[in-house]
Design a protein around this ligand. Structure first.
Ligand code: 5AD
Ligand code: SF4
Length: 463
């Protein structure tokens, strides 16, 4: 089928424009970039706004009720636009499309396409299908091939995301992800290394390896092999291989699970200097009874042990985390344990969420008995702690030199540029002559806030 005969509108294919909006996690950001590349390969061009677009795409998140409500609100609002623009195509894809499928199509007749997490690569084909034949299509089948699209990138990014696996087998009782993203499947290491090498050739200096549970990378596959060695770490091996790609200065990853952080993983971190000093490790709670109810598979002490092991491997390590407050039955004393564990771990950054029951999860059968104002108060306390800790940690940088990977013009002030330290702190500076994105630059820090280090460029840096 040629492109021009298959596009069901009056317009010239060259002029068809798409607008893509992403909700949710970094994995969704990655999927969206790959989808954008697929659409552009079909001749579609990005639109500056929803109003200017012929095709609207929404990549959705189901992790919390609030995330879903945002999208439902958005889809409701689009009804008017759809009425005004008869040729407009609206597609919803990702986690919410997977979870709600037909229900979503029924609730929003102006949405033509509902495409689940394993069918995303079919978006161009589904968008080409003549609308008259099927006013609405719902594609939510599981586990099909065609995931090579995951390797598509817009070239020239200093820092790039790489999806190394899909799905999750941990089955935390609060979490809808295993249902929407399915079981764990890891990409072969050779594919990931080849993708890294392509990115490096295009100028990427930092790669961010993504998965719902990266430390379980390759384990589902390894367990099926005879002679499986539980002391090995396929993820540790992958980190070493990716870091060895010429041109790659930095490697980051998210999210690891403490359960699979064995000695081989810690050794890979210790022995691979390209791995950055900031580690995001979801803790969720500091109370053992709650961790058990969550089915996390570790105690607070075990979690803190893993942090200590990484700190020993990397003395400059900094840690961030995810926390849920107000899980069913969480008492004041259990909340206090979380607060104390966060202090012991010394997190200077965290994503803190109020528990929200997700349909179909095991926790949804427990009584959501912590009142919302209590959840809110707990969340505020933790945020206050974090801010104080971050200010204190950042103050210690004043007068010190740190290296940043230059990203480009600062979002807040066009005269300043920004970059990130290995610890994932944003450094803001006046660019020295010849400063380029992708340069490693040393800054002497003069002033700090809880979020930012302000400094003066000390060296021209290495390209
Ligand atoms: N309620 C609140 N927060 C949740 N998360 C996952 N499921 C829920 C839920 N039902 C949080 C966890 C996870 C992060 C991505 O979202 O902290 O690590
Ligand atoms: Fe949201 Fe989880 Fe899906 Fe990411 S994987 S978009 S966090 S539900």
């Amino acid at each position: 089928m040629t492109l021009s005969s298959s596009i069901p509108t009056h317009s010239n294919p060259e002029s068809r424009r798409y607008f893509l909006r992403t909700y949710g996690c970094q994995m969704n950001e990655r999927d969206s970039e790959a989808v954008a590349c697929l659409l552009e390969a079909q001749g579609l061009l990005p639109a500056a706004s929803e109003e200017e677009a012929d095709v609207l795409l929404y990549n959705t998140c189901s992790v919390r009720d609030q995330a879903e409500r945002k999208v439902l609100g958005k889809l409701g609002l689009l009804k008017k636009l759809a009425q005004r623009k008869p040729g407009l195509v609206i597609a919803v894809f990702g986690c919410m499309a997977q979870r709600l499928g037909q229900e979503l199509a029924a609730a929003f007749p102006h949405v033509q396409l509902v495409v689940g997490t394993d069918q995303i690569h079919r978006l161009p084909e589904l968008l080409r299908a003549p609308a008259a034949a099927a006013p609405q299509r719902v594609a939510v089948d599981r586990g099909v091939d065609g995931l090579e699209f995951m390797g598509l990138h817009h070239p020239g990014r200093v820092s790039a995301y790489i999806a190394i696996m899909r799905g999750c087998d941990q089955h935390c009782t609060y979490c809808v992800v295993p249902e929407v993203r399915g079981p764990e499947r890891s990409r072969p290491p050779a594919d990931i290394v080849a993708e890294t090498a392509r990115l490096a050739t295009d100028g990427t200096r930092e790669v961010f390896l993504l998965g719902q549970n990266v430390t379980a990378y390759g384990l589902a596959e390894a367990r099926r092999q005879p002679g499986y060695d539980r002391n090995a770490s396929p993820f540790g091996d992958l980190l070493r291989a990716v870091a060895a790609v010429p041109g790659i200065a930095r490697v980051r990853f998210t999210s690891p699970h403490p359960r699979h952080m064995n000695a081989a993983f810690v050794a890979a971190v210790a022995e691979t200097p390209q791995i950055c000093d900031s580690f995001h490790i979801p803790m969720q709670s500091g109370a053992d009874r709650i961790l058990e109810l969550m089915h996390r598979g570790y105690t607070a002490a075990e979690y803190l042990d893993r942090i200590a092991a990484l700190r020993q491997a990397r003395p400059a390590a900094t840690f961030s985390t995810d926390i849920i407050v107000g899980f069913p039955g969480e008492t004041e004393a259990e909340f206090a344990l979380t607060r104390a564990a966060m202090d012991t771990a010394g997190f200077d950054h965290a994503f803190i969420f109020r528990y929200s029951p997700r349909p179909g999860t095991r926790a949804a059968a427990m009584t959501d008995d912590v009142p919302d104002d209590v959840k809110m108060a707990r969340l505020k306390l933790l945020l206050d702690d974090l801010k104080k800790r971050a200010e204190r940690h950042n103050r210690a940088y004043v007068g010190r030199s740190v290296e940043v990977l230059v990203e480009g013009v600062s979002a807040r002030n066009a005269e300043r540029w920004c970059g990130r330290t290995s610890c994932n702190k944003v450094g803001v500076f006046t660019p020295p002559p010849g400063c380029q994105p992708g340069t490693l630059l040393t800054l002497r820090i003069s002033r700090t806030t809880a979020q930012t280090l302000f400094g003066v460029a000390e060296s021209a840096g290495s390209p």
